[in-house]
Design a protein around this ligand. Structure first.
Ligand code: RIB
Ligand code: CA
Length: 306
């Protein structure tokens, strides 16, 4: 079976690490490139974390460093959730830079997309700064982008602002460029991220699963996206889960716009479920997920990462 070619744009990030692991070991996905963006922590750290993961998993995927800051706004991070390094909890070996490309993320994405015989799926699981820059600098790439399956946004409330989700909150202008691009978009936001939980019994299974499970369990002890006791939120794995098991999700096609001007609401994804704005649908929004199926899928997928 032909693997689906994807580019993961990421800010690892403990939940990013889980999503990346699952993608790297999936028999259905061909990870052509990993690009990094400032988000959970600074771009140098998230790039080093991506390289650490590839060294740990012994996977030779090229990495390209991207934007160090949002298009306009001051950087904000989530080191309180992921630790100062962005991936606290496990002592990874320091990577070499063999896999780190000289060129920046935007140019690297452009080349992979331009040269691909099959249209590429972009999987952004961090702020959308790199994707926005790509679409602005090289608009012709749209002809060879299959779709964008992203973790971000919320049809309900926020986790960084009252109404804004972190990835969109950090760079609303970038998100606006992406959602206005006309490309097919799947938005896996907090409505599913909040339900995509690793429950205590799952963490216990992970710890006793294999070396990878032990490593992830160690990260989870530091991860503050929920808690071991109440459940750990696997936000970014929702984007990978949609690629591999879309039937786990309840979705609706609707119009999504991004609030840029609200002093308290900038970064809010305005998910127009009732069509009040009278604008054409531009995204498939994930509104619900089968939590039991997700939990089983996550454990089964991580069992393969060894
Ligand atoms: O809101 C969740 C998103 O913010 C995820 O991508 C997670 O990695 C955090 O950065
Ligand atoms: Ca992320």
């Amino acid at each position: 079976m032909l693997k689906r070619p994807i580019i993961i744009d990421t800010d690892p990030g403990i939940d990013d690490a889980v999503a990346i692991a699952i993608a790297l070991y999936s028999e259905e996905l061909d990870v052509k490139l990993i690009t990094t963006v400032a988000g959970n922590v600074g771009v140098d750290k998230v790039t080093n974390n991506a390289l650490k993961l590839l060294k740990y998993f012994k996977k030779e995927v090229p990495v390209a460093m991207g934007a160090a800051a949002p298009l306009i706004r001051t950087p904000q991070d989530a080191s309180n959730v992921h630790g100062v390094s962005g991936m606290e909890g496990f002592d990874f070996e320091e990577p070499t830079n063999d896999l780190l490309l000289d060129e920046n993320a935007v140019n690297a994405m452009y080349k992979v997309i331009k040269d691909s015989a099959t249209p590429i799926t972009l999987v952004p699981i961090g702020p959308l700064t790199n994707i926005a820059l790509l679409l602005k600098i090289y608009p012709e790439v749209k002809n060879n982008i299959q779709d964008i399956v992203l973790m971000g946004g919320s049809a309900s409330r926020g986790n960084m602002g009252v109404m804004s989700e972190f990835n969109i909150h950090v760079d609303p202008e970038a998100a606006k460029i992406v959602f206005d691009s006309g490309l097919p978009i799947v938005m896996a936001g907090l409505d599913v991220g909040w339900k995509a939980l690793v429950l205590p019994e799952d963490s216990a299974q992970l710890e006793n699963m294999n070396d990878v499970g032990k490593m992830i369990h160690s990260l989870f002890k530091r991860y503050r996206g929920g808690s071991m006791k109440t459940g750990l939120k696997m936000y970014d794995s929702c984007a990978i889960a949609y690629l591999l098991k879309p039937e786990m999700f309840e979705t609706t096609d609707t119009h999504v716009d991004i609030e840029l001007n609200g002093s308290m609401t900038a970064g809010t994804t305005i998910v127009d479920l009732k069509g009040y704005l009278g604008k054409p649908n531009n995204a498939k929004v994930c509104l619900d997920i089968d939590q039991q199926l997700f939990r089983q899928w996550l454990l089964d997928s991580l069992r393969k990462c060894n």
